[in-house]
Ligand binder design. Structure first.
Ligand code: G1P
Length: 286
């Protein structure tokens, strides 16, 4: 079984739900406490053993690559002032660890992943959607890589979602269950609550086999007129092992304003440098 060494980060989205904040800044640079969403996702990937990060970006998104580059002037000034550089931990990646390709048109998540096909090549790869901020020890992707080591094939992260919210997710038809692993018998993108085969929704973490790229080549349109990753994955069911894994991690949906504000609070309340003052303030405004 080939090791999962590469991860695709679809980061070309316009972030219209966060306007005006995202007018001139990528939504993945929105900050939870003191680091941007993209950094949480990249740190999670590195912890899981990923060596090559592939950003699928778009126009106006160069801040994402800059964030993981060496900031030569900044470091020189900080050194000159005797300031420690540990605030930059997690942003200085080994040379060549980030590659980027552009998704020229917003044709859907499946299309974004397909844009990375030449860099992914013929090996299994992960996909991380930075909007889903996952907090766990070990991290979400590390838990999925561990499951992958046991069953191989394709793995999606799943979570029970409220019935009335199925139309916001890819939903699985569950098969046999073994602890945290559930066999995936079917997959449908954003079904209505009446049509949903279960309430197990796909969260933004995937381990996929390279064959999904050949399916995406067909550029078939699905829900919302977009080229859906869910539809392409569904075509692999039966031909390759396919499982959903329920991870032991907390999920914050940072694609949504409330989820984003909650994430800031939840993560700040776990930080020794911020929590005491924040708790006092929350008590004060009660
Ligand atoms: C995408 C996927 C969907 C998945 C979701 C997880 O949807 O298409 O299957 O459940 O991410 O966050 P989006 O949130 O981009 O509409």
């Amino acid at each position: 079984m080939k090791r999962v060494r590469k991860a695709v980060f679809p980061v070309a989205g316009l972030g219209t739900r966060f306007l005006p904040a995202t007018k001139a800044m990528p939504k993945e640079m929105l900050t939870v406490v003191d680091r941007p969403l993209i950094q949480y996702a990249v740190e999670e990937a590195r912890e899981a053993g990923i060596e090559q990060m592939i950003f699928v970006t778009g126009r106006g998104k160069t801040a994402l690559e800059d964030h993981f580059d060496l900031a030569y002037e900044l470091e020189a000034v900080m050194r000159g002032r005797g300031k420690p550089l540990d605030a930059l931990d997690g942003t200085r990646l080994p040379a060549g660890a980030i590659a980027s390709v552009r998704q020229q048109e917003p044709l859907g998540l499946g299309h974004a992943v397909w844009c990375a096909r030449e860099i992914v090549g013929d090996e299994p790869f992960a996909v991380l959607l930075p909007d889903d901020l996952m907090v766990g020890t070990p991290g979400c992707l590390a838990q999925m890589v561990e499951a992958y080591g046991r069953v191989g094939g394709n793995i999606v992260c799943v979570e029970e979602v409220a019935r009335e919210r199925t139309a916001s997710y890819g939903i699985i038809t569950p098969g046999a269950r073994d602890g945290r692993l559930t066999e995936v018998k079917g997959l449908v993108e954003k079904p209505s609550p009446e049509e949903a085969p279960s309430n197990l929704g796909v969260i933004g973490r995937y381990i996929l086999q390279p064959e999904v790229m050949a399916v995406l080549d067909a550029k078939e349109r699905g829900a919302g007129g977009e080229i859906q990753l869910t539809d392409a994955m569904a075509k692999l069911i039966g031909a390759q092992p396919f499982h959903g894994v329920t991870v032991a991690a907390e999920r914050h949906d940072c694609g949504d304003k409330i989820g984003f504000v909650k994430a800031n609070l939840a993560l700040a309340l776990r930080r020794d440098d911020v929590a005491p003052a924040l708790r006092a303030y929350l008590a004060e405004i009660g």
